[in-house]
Design a protein around this ligand. Structure first.
Ligand code: SAH
Ligand code: SF4
Length: 389
């Protein structure tokens, strides 16, 4: 018997083609897609406006399933984190961050990551594998309907939506898992699925230059670039991919992308590392980099207080330093925000992702190391403190 198709793997065009193969008209694909992505249906029998014969056909050939949820925790500040099973002992993380007028979901695109940035615990795990479309969009599907259930909201199209923004900032480098990522993006934007505007979907990349260009052509959404350094020598050491795509190339790619982007700026993420990239001189060098008269990149800076983990050997910049650094950028007329750390009581902050399920014994080890570090560096090591700009 032919293998069953997970309908979460199909983007709008593919679903039309799939229905075509079953002898169905394109509008059936739209109906089916609405049942899946707007009502959260996984049972074909519940799709009452589809002909019984089609439902029976689907039951023998297809299914609808997101990856299994291993754990589901809500933090004191409302941040909710799911750990999602992607097989072979690997798990990825999905995080929901509620704010006053919006709800943002942070999703993962790979199990592990090959880029291996110095300050990132995902990178330290190495690369395990790319996620499939159903594993990527399945995080949004699973989270949206779990949140609706918790909020007591009846499933249905627009209006009752809990997730208003998506950021691809979880585990993995989305542009190194390009096709599935773009397919998932297309579903996020489609009116018969999640109908999010391009401005409300952000892809974060460590700077895979050719793929930034390709994204501009295929599916331009808001772009965040993980900069973290003001010169090549420093960035080579923090983001190894910089050796392949140095800053001049990256800045040029950002400028090209803006021609297609839904926003008129790129967001530069900058992880604040004590004594490494956080001096006044670094801030001034950054200004020169983005305001280079030969190549100016309209941008916004998002300073991320580093989330320490013992193996990194790095420390988070002091709050005062972060504020002073932000002020230099602000004085140069660059919009700068400092990311508030959220969900730290459930380990949902950036770079603290999912390693623990890979091997339970490592959790123990990590805890021991953490207390050794706290003895050495003070009790605030590893504890995230909220910073406001
Ligand atoms: N691979 C992509 C997206 C996932 S990482 C990228 O690198 O952009 C999402 C963001 O979290 C990136 O800006 C990354 O640099 C940052 N990050 C990773 N580890 C971190 C840590 N320990 N503390 C703070 N930010 C971290
Ligand atoms: Fe990969 Fe992003 Fe982590 Fe770098 S920061 S190792 S690119 S997930």
């Amino acid at each position: 018997m032919a293998e069953l198709t997970n309908l979460l793997d199909l983007d709008p065009a593919q679903l039309v083609a799939y229905c075509g193969e079953l002898g169905e008209k394109p509008f059936r694909a739209k109906q089916l897609q609405r049942w899946i992505h707007q009502f959260g249906a996984s049972d074909f029998d519940s799709m009452t406006d589809l002909a019984k014969s089609l439902r029976e056909k689907l039951k023998t050939r297809a299914f609808i399933a997101a990856p299994k949820v291993l754990s589901d925790h809500t933090s004191l500040d409302g941040t909710r984190k799911w750990l999602v099973d992607v097989g072979n002992g690997n798990a990825v993380e999905t995080v929901f961050i509620p704010e006053e007028n919006r709800g943002t979901l942070c999703i993962s695109t790979q199990a592990g990551c090959a880029v291996n940035c110095r300050f990132c615990s995902t990178g330290k795990q190495g690369f395990n594998r790319n996620l499939s479309v159903s594993e990527i969009i399945g995080q949004l599907w699973m989270a949206e309907f779990a949140l609706r259930e918790t909020a007591g909201v009846i499933p249905g199209p627009k209006g009752e939506r809990q997730i208003t923004n998506v950021v691809m900032m979880g585990m993995g480098e989305p542009l190194l898992n390009y096709e599935p990522t773009v397919t998932a993006l297309k579903l996020m934007l489609d009116d018969n699925a999640y109908g999010l505007s391009r401005r409300r979907v952000t892809l974060s990349t460590s700077g895979v230059v050719p793929m930034i260009d390709k994204l501009g052509q295929d599916c331009p959404v808001a772009l965040a670039v993980s900069l973290h350094a003001s010169n090549d020598a420093l960035r080579d050491g923090l983001v190894p991919l910089n050796k392949k795509y140095p800053l001049a190339d990256l800045m040029a790619a950002c400028q090209r992308y803006l021609e297609f982007a839904p926003r008129d700026f790129v967001t530069f993420e900058y992880c604040m590392l004590d004594g490494v990239n956080d001096t006044d001189a670094h801030a001034r060098e950054l200004i020169a980099l983005v305001k280079n008269p030969r190549l100016t990149v309209p941008c916004k800076f998002n300073l991320i207080p580093f989330n320490p983990f013992p193996e990194s050997g790095l420390l988070r910049s002091k709050n005062e330093r972060i504020k002073a650094f932000a002020q230099i950028l602000l004085d140069a007329g660059i919009v700068t925000t400092v990311r508030k750390t959220r969900g730290d009581d459930i380990d949902a902050a950036c770079g603290q992702l999912a390693g623990e399920v890979q091997d339970r014994t490592r959790v123990q080890e990590r805890m021991q190391k953490m207390s050794a570090y706290q003895e050495k560096f003070g009790k605030n090591f590893g504890v995230l403190v909220e910073v406001t700009s």
